[in-house]
Design a binder for this molecule. Structure first.
Ligand code: EPZ
Length: 418
C-alpha cells in the first residue's frame, strides 16, 4: 500500500480544480437501475468508491462504458441480480442506497446491512422504515435486509432526523411508486438536490428538493437522461482550508460558492480573505489566525465532512477554539494523531477544545476515514519537516489525484510505496 509523504511549510499558491462530487455521484449512478434506457453521467470523479459502485451495478447486470475520463454510460436494460453482498456494503456504506432503486425496478432486493463504522454506529433504520412505509415487506435475516414489493405505494413519511442516505434511498423508491409520497424532515444537502435533478431529468415528478418537504408523484416509467454531477463542495472546502492553513493564495476553480457559505463565514472570522470570483473562490491568508467556535450541523450548517480539516486549521489559531460534532458520535479520531504532531486538544463527548497556536512537527500518522486523513494532510502541509500519512486507501475513496493537485500549488507532497 502507498503512503503520502509531505514536507511542510510551503505557502500554497495558484489554481486548483475541483472534481465532481463523490457523494452526489454515488446515488446518481445507482439511479440508472430505474430505467431500461441508457443514462450518461458526466463529471464523475475517478475514485475508489465510484469504482465500487460501478462494480455493484455491473454485478446486477448494468452495462457500463466509460466514454471519456469523467463520463460514463450506464445501461440497465435487464437487471439480473437482486443482492448487494456484505463484502460490498462493508467496503462502502453508500452501497445500501441500492435498496430503493433495485426494489422499485425488480420488486425484490437483498442488501446487507452495513454495521458500524469508524465514525459512529450509523444505523439504517430510517431507510428501512421509509421503504417499509412505501408498502415493501421487509425482513432482517442473517445480516441482510430482504425486501419484496409487487408494487410500491406512495405514502406520507416523516424522518426522525434529516438523513442524507435515507432521503436518497426513499426518493429512488418513491419515484416509481403508485401515487404520491411526501418526505417530511428530508435532508437538504446539495447531494440530495443533485440526485433530485437527475431523477427529474429521467422523467420523475419531484418538488421541494432542497427543502425539508419533498413531494413525489410516482410515474410508471423513467427514461434515459444525460446529467452533469456538481462539483464536490467538500473537496473544494478542503482546498480552501489548505490555502488558509499554509498562509497561501489559492483560486479554487469551480468551487460551488453558495454551498460553502458556512465555511466561508468561519474562514473570514478566522482572518482569511475569501472572495467569490468568476469561476470559483479565492482564499488568501496573510495575518495571524483567530480562534473559532464551530458546530457541525445538517446543511446549510457547517458540514461534518469538513470538521477534521477545520480542527487542523485551528491548531494554528491564536487562542482557544471549540468544535462541537453533532452529526456523528465518534468523529474525533484525527485528534489523537494531530496531538502526536504537537497539537493541544482536549476532548469531552461531542466537544473538542483546541488550544493554539502550536507548532506542528512532522510525524508518521494514520487515520480511520477519508476526512480525518485529509485533516492530517493539511496538518502536514502546515508542519515542520516530514509527515507521512499511511492508509492512503481512505484518501483514494474520496479525493481524486490529491497529491498531483496539491503539487500544482507548490506543495511538497508525494505518494510512495510503503
Ligand atoms: C452522508 O452519509 C455522507 N455519505 C457522509 O459523508 C456525510 O458525513 C453524511 O451524509 C452527513 O452529511 C454519503 O453521501 C455517501 P446520514 P449518510 O444518514 O447518508 C443517523 C464522507 O466522508 N442515521 O445523513 O450515511 C446517522 O447515524 C461521508 O464522504 C440514523 O440514525 O449520513 C448520523 O448520526 C462520511 N438512522 C445521522 O443520522 C438512519 O437510518 C446523519 O447520517 C440513517 C442515519
Amino acid at each position: 500500500m502507498d503512503k503520502i509523504v509531505i514536507h511542510g511549510g510551503v505557502a500554497l499558491r495558484g489554481r486548483i480544480a475541483v472534481s465532481g462530487s463523490k457523494n452526489a455521484a454515488l446515488p446518481i449512478l445507482m439511479s440508472s437501475l430505474l430505467t431500461t434506457e441508457p443514462v450518461v453521467v458526466h463529471n464523475v470523479p475517478r475514485l475508489r468508491d465510484v469504482h465500487t459502485a460501478l462494480g455493484l451495478l455491473e454485478g446486477l447486470g448494468v452495462k457500463i462504458q466509460w466514454i471519456d475520463e469523467h463520463s460514463v454510460q450506464l445501461h440497465a436494460r435487464e437487471v439480473i441480480g437482486h443482492e448487494a453482498s456484505y463484502e460490498l456494503v462493508k467496503t462502502m456504506r453508500a452501497s445500501f442506497c441500492v435498496l430503493g432503486p433495485l426494489l422499485a425496478r425488480t420488486g425484490r432486493a437483498r442488501v446487507s446491512t452495513p454495521g458500524g463504522c469508524a465514525i459512529g454506529a450509523r444505523p439504517v433504520n430510517l431507510h428501512i422504515n421509509g421503504i417499509r412505509a412505501l408498502g415493501a415487506r421487509i425482513q432482517l435475516r442473517h445480516g441482510y435486509v430482504e425486501a419484496h414489493a409487487q408494487h410500491l405505494q406512495g405514502a406520507r413519511l416523516w424522518l426522525d432526523n434529516p438523513s442524507v442516505g435515507a432521503t436518497e434511498n426513499i426518493m429512488m423508491a418513491a419515484v416509481r411508486a403508485r401515487g404520491h409520497t411526501t418526505i417530511e424532515n428530508a435532508a437538504r444537502e446539495p447531494e440530495v438536490q443533485d440526485l433530485g435533478r437527475m431523477l427529474m431529468a429521467m422523467g420523475a415528478q419531484i418538488e421541494g428538493v432542497g427543502t425539508h418537504v419533498i413531494e413525489i408523484e410516482g410515474v410508471e416509467r423513467l427514461h434515459g437522461a444525460e446529467y452533469h454531477v456538481s462539483p464536490d463542495r467538500i473537496e473544494a472546502g478542503s482546498f480552501m482550508i489548505a490555502a488558509a492553513i499554509t498562509g497561501g493564495e489559492v483560486l479554487i476553480e469551480n468551487a460551488p460558492a453558495h454551498q460553502l457559505d458556512a465555511l466561508s463565514v468561519k474562514l473570514r472570522e478566522a482572518g482569511a480573505t475569501v472572495t467569490v470570483v468568476d469561476g470559483g473562490i479565492q482564499v488568501t491568508r496573510a495575518g495571524a489566525l483567530r480562534p473559532l467556535e464551530v458546530r457541525t450541523l445538517p446543511y446549510p450548517g457547517f458540514p461534518t465532512d469538513l470538521q477534521a480539516q477545520m480542527m487542523a486549521l485551528l491548531t494554528q489559531a491564536n487562542g482557544t477554539s471549540v468544535i462541537t460534532e453533532t452529526i456523528f458520535e465518534n468523529r474525533f479520531m484525527h485528534a489523537p494523531e494531530l496531538m502526536r504532531m504537537g497539537a493541544e486538544i482536549a476532548m469531552k463527548g461531542a466537544t473538542a477544545v483546541v488550544r493554539g497556536p502550536t507548532r506542528l512537527s512532522g510525524a508518521p500518522v494514520m487515520a480511520t476515514d477519508l476526512r480525518a486523513s485529509m485533516g492530517l494532510i493539511l496538518a502536514g502541509l502546515a508542519g515542520d519537516n516530514e509527515t507521512q500519512v499511511s492508509r492512503v486507501y481512505h484518501l483514494d475513496r474520496g479525493y481524486e489525484a490529491l497529491d498531483a493537485k496539491l503539487r500544482g500549488l507548490g506543495a511538497q507532497i508525494e505518494r510512495v510505496p510503503e
